[in-house]
Design a protein around this ligand. Structure first.
Ligand code: ATP
Ligand code: MG
Length: 464
């Protein structure tokens, strides 16, 4: 992919009527005005953003004075860092005062001082491909670090030395890996070496910022290339140390080189949905801990449950929201269940599966199919047949009854009133029994349910 970039691609960005109007406002005010950073990079690649970043030598108060009457909306939350946000039509625009970021050692937040030199501003950016500016209104490309050429060769290089850059802001190491996954980039040898050397600096970055980059890495177009890089540089050991354990767990039964290679295949096969990609990445994370040789055979008994709890711990540490954690751990917990189907599932077992999988069912289906990486065509055919059979059975069961609506015929309040007991574990116990009986088809009506409560209370010595 070494085609020259088409500079005409920049035209839509600065010939856009809204951008033209805005540039003229700054020109009239006698201020410099540039399109900058990722928006220039993407414009060169032919992608027009509706989120545009600009920089100017006007200070924030001046920016506000210039755009106030013209903008549809103004946001001033970034003002402390010199950024004024606004919207105009369908465009979202951020204008930041040219700045040099002075880092005191070991502090996380740069002190902002205002700087009038665009070259200096560009030199503080993460990668040369992100360190280009387009001077407006005339549209002159400013590219002091050969970002264009690096973009042609798809290589990530830092404007300053990578050592300086990554110790100033260690998140840039994650951003590098992110661009590998999302943009088909590769690292320059110096950048790769610096990540290996300075990976420990990532400890200074908040979990939330690491998490956001990790999510982008996993949902990018080449997550496996990025994951290999995270492992080869050991950057992964700073925020997902469990991953490297997968490398050493041989799984000869399944003809995979190791669990890690198998994991990569599964990650690649599932669609770029965050819950699915995280579940794919962690689905066998319980294997190293559960590996046992029983009668000469390698087994990973319980690796689904163990894996779910390892993943839960890790995702919590990375501050993922509860809904994501529940989805991912649910999928991991359930990813082996289907393998007992051949042993014969009753309708009740199928209904349990439906209930347990709940809203995750489609994702679970995708995960278990992706997980089937056997090279043996017969085994593959057998497995796929089981998945199909189960899906068919689920559909016919669901048609026959609206499973999602299944409830015990009486609820907890009715039980407490009937037995004259207070809320507590006993109510839960009898509700579970009733639901089980309902799933089995043993009870349907309230009368049958109360009869069952009577029998249960009798055995417990509770008097209704
Ligand atoms: P995307 O918008 O697709 O996430 P981007 O490259 O536009 O990618 P942003 O986070 O929007 O990334 O940042 C805009 C620009 O700001 C970048 O292109 C880069 O020039 C600069 N930048 C962002 N984060 C950093 C950082 N941590 N260190 C240095 N420069 C950065
Ligand atoms: Mg951006």
């Amino acid at each position: 992919m070494e085609e020259p970039l088409n500079l005409d691609n920049l035209l839509p960005s600065f010939k856009h009527p809204i951008v033209q109007e805005l540039s003229m406002l700054f020109e009239r005010a006698g201020k410099k005005f540039y399109l900058v950073g990722g928006t220039v990079r993407d414009a060169l690649l032919g992608k027009f953003h509706e989120d545009l970043d600009f920089t100017t030598d006007a200070i924030p108060d001046e920016i506000i004075a210039i755009v106030k009457a013209w903008a549809d909306n103004l946001w001033l939350i970034g003002i402390r860092f010199g950024t004024v946000g606004l919207s105009k039509g369908h465009l979202k625009i951020e204008i930041t005062t040219l700045r040099s970021e002075v880092y005191a050692d070991q502090t996380r937040h740069p002190q902002v001082s205002f700087e009038t030199d665009i070259y200096y501003d560009l030199s503080r950016r993460d990668f040369t491909v992100n360190a280009m500016a387009l001077e407006l209104p005339e549209g002159r490309l400013i590219d002091p670090f050969n970002g264009q050429e690096d973009l042609i060769h798809r290589v990530l290089r830092t404007p300053m030395s990578p050592e300086q850059s990554f110790t100033d802001d260690p998140l840039r190491m994650m951003r590098a890996v992110r661009f590998v996954s999302t943009m088909g980039m590769h690292l320059s040898p110096e950048v790769e070496e610096a990540i290996t050397l300075y990976r420990g600096e990532l400890a200074r970055v908040s979990s939330e910022r690491i998490r956001d980059e990790f999510s982008k890495i996993l949902t990018g177009r080449d997550p496996v290339k990025a994951l290999r890089l995270l492992l080869s540089t050991s950057l992964s050991s700073e925020f997902v140390p469990e991953l490297s354990n997968l490398k050493i767990t041989q799984d000869p039964e399944h003809h995979h080189k190791d669990v890690l290679e198998h994991t990569f295949t599964v990650v690649e096969r599932v669609e770029p949905d965050l819950v699915l990609r995280l579940a794919a990445l962690f689905h066998d994370i319980g294997k190293p801990e559960t590996k046992e040789i029983i009668e000469g055979k390698v087994t990973f008994y319980n690796h689904d449950a163990v894996g779910a709890s390892i993943a839960k711990r890790r995702l919590r540490a990375l501050k993922y929201p509860g809904a994501i954690i529940d989805g991912v751990t649910g999928l991991i917990y359930l990813h082996m269940r289907v393998y007992t189907y051949r042993m014969g599932w009753t309708d009740k077992a199928v209904r349990r599966y439906i209930k347990d999988a709940g809203e995750l069912r489609d994702k679970l289906n995708e995960l278990i199919r992706a997980d089937c990486t056997t090279k043996n065509p017969r085994k593959m055919r057998d497995a796929l047949q089981v998945f199909d059979e189960l899906e068919e059975r689920i559909l016919s069961l669901e048609e026959a009854e609206e499973t999602a609506k299944i409830r015990a015929p009486i609820d907890g309040h009715e039980i407490m009133q009937y037995l004259g007991i207070k809320p507590g574990p006993l109510v839960g116990e009898i509700l579970n029994l009733l639901l089980d009986a309902k799933l089995e088809g043993e009870i349907n009506t309230k009368e049958e349910a109360y009869a069952m409560v009577d029998r249960w209370a009798g055995e417990r010595g509770i008097k209704p």
